[in-house]
Design a protein around this ligand. Sequence first.
Ligand code: FAD
Ligand code: DLZ
Ligand code: SF4
Length: 509
Amino acid sequence: MVTRLVLVLGDQLSPNVAALQAADRDSDLVVMAEVMDEASYVRHHPKKIAFLFAAMRKFARELEGSGWRVAYTRLDDPDNAGSIPGELLRRAAECGAREVLATRPGEWRLIRLLENLPVPVRQFEDDRFLCSEAEFRAWAGGRKVLRMEHFYREMRRRTGLLMEGGEPAGGRWNFDHENRRRAPADIACVGPLAFPPDDTVEEVLDLVAARFGGNFGRLRPFTFATDRGEARRALAHFLRHSLPGFGDYQDAMLAGHRFLCHSVISPYLNAGLLDPLEVCLAAEAAWKAGAAPINAVEGFIRQIIGWREFVRGIYFLEGPDYPRRNVLKHTARLPAFYWGAPTRMRCVAEVVGQTRDEAYAHHIQRLMVAGNFALLAGVDPHEVHEWYLSVYADAYEWVEAPNTVGMSQFADGGIVASKPYVASGAYIDRMSDYCDGCAYDVTARTGAAACPFNLLYWHFLDRHRARFERNPRMVQMYRTWDRMDESRRREVLAGAERLLGRLARGEPV
Ligand code: FAD
Ligand code: DLZ
Ligand code: SF4
C-alpha cells in the first residue's frame, strides 16, 4: 500500500533532490510525467523538450536502479492526464495515496497549482542552490539597492571558493575588466562535447518531431548530454579545453564560432544533472593545478555563485507579478525576425540563426544583440520574456525572467541592473566580427545604410531622458548626445522614427 507520492519534475533530476530526501524508498511512489501542459505553456524549442524528456526517462531508470518505485507517464500514454496536477490526482486515485511530497518548483505558476491540489502537498525548499530563499531575503533586507557584486563577495566568503586567508585569491574580487577581449578570427575553440543519440534519445526525438515539429527550432542534429555521467564528461571537456580561454573571450562573438570558450552546461545545471558547487570546485581545482588562469576561473565561478544565485533570489523575493513588469511602458510587438524571418542585420540574423539551430546563445549574444535590440525598439517585455523562455534549452522562469525582464529589458526599474544594457552598433563591432559584411554601415548614424542599433540607441536615450539622464552611469552618454549638433540629432531621431514605423508595420529591416 502506497501512502505518499513523491513528485519529481523535469528540472529536478538530482538523486538528492529535497522531496526524495524526505521520502521513504520502501513505501513511497515516485511520480514523473511528460505532460502537454508543461510542454506547451510556451512553444518550447524542440531541442529543449527532447533534452528534458530523454533526461527524465533516464533519470527514472536510475531511480529504479537504486530501489525506488517509479510511476512514469510518457507523453503518448493513453491515460496521460495532460498536466502535473492531473497526473498526481490520477496516481493518487490509483494507489490510494493521501499526500504528495514535492520539491518546490522553479516557477510561481506551478507552485500555485500544487498549493491548490485537492490532495495535501508538502513542498520542500529546493536546496540544490548555495543560497536559500531565507538567506537571500536576510541579505537583501534593509538594503536600498541589491547589487550582484556585493552578494557575490558574500558568497565567496561563505563558500570559501577562491579565498586565501579571508582575502580573494589573486588580490581582487573581480577580473571582469580582463574578460572583454575581442576574439581573433583564428581562435582555436573546440566547442562542447557532442553526444550521439542512443536508443532512448532517438525514441524521444521521433516523439518530439511528431508532436512539436511546428515549434521554432531545429531538432536535429541533437548532441546534448542527457544523463549525469554524460553531463560530467561535458564539464570535464570544458575544463580541459575551454576554461583557460573563458575569461579573455567571455564577451566576444564570432560568426561561425557559436560556443567560443563557453561551457554550455546551463541546461545540465538547471535540470539537476550537475551540481553548482561540484562545478565550481572543479574549476577552482583547475586553477590550483595551474591549468587555467585566475581571470578565467574567477569569471566562471562568478557566473555560478554570483549571477545564477542572485537572479534566483530576486525571482522569489519579487513575487509572481515580476514577469509582468514594464516600467518603461514598452508596447511594440516582437519583430518576426526573432522567429526566423529574414533580416539584413547580420548580428541579429547570426544570433537568431544559432538559437534556432542550437537552442543556445551565450550571454553577450542574448544580452547585447537579441535583448539590446528588443529594448531599443521598445518591445513589450512580456513578449520578450516569452521568447527567451521558449527558445533556450536552459530556460526556466526563475532564471530566465530576472535576466530578461530585469537585466536585459530594465522592465523592473533597476532591481537587477543599475542601468539599461543598451548599446549602439559600435559595441557590437568592438566585440564581434558581425559588422563585416553586414548590409548596414556600423559607422553611419544617419542615412539609409545607418546601423539600426545606432539610430535606435539615441532614440532610446532621448525618449527616456527624464528617467535616465541623472543616472551616474549614463551621464557620459547624454553628454555625447547633447554635443551633437541640433540638425544632426533631428536627423537621427527622424531616421529612428522611420525605422520604428517599418518595424511596427512588419516590414523587413
Ligand atoms: P557560461 O558562460 O559558460 O557560464 C557558466 C554558467 O554560469 C552557466 O552555465 C550558467 O549556469 C551561469 N550563468 C552565467 N550567466 C548567468 C546569468 N546571467 N544568470 C544565471 N546564470 C548564469 N541562463 C539560464 O540558465 N537560463 C535562462 O533562461 C537564461 N536566460 C537569459 C536571458 C537573457 C536575456 C540573458 C541576458 C541571459 C540569460 N541567461 C540564462 C544567462 C546566460 O546567458 C546563460 O546562463 C548562459 O549563456 C548559459 O551558457 P553557458 O552554460 O555556456 O554559460
Ligand atoms: C520545461 C518542461 C517541459 C517541456 N516538460 C515537462 C514535463 O513534461 N514534465 C515535467 O515534469 N516538467 C517539464 N518541464 C519542466 C517544468 O516546466 C518545470 O519544472 C517548471 O517550469 C518549474 O521550473
Ligand atoms: Fe549589427 Fe549594425 Fe553591425 Fe549590422 S552594422 S551587424 S546591424 S551592429
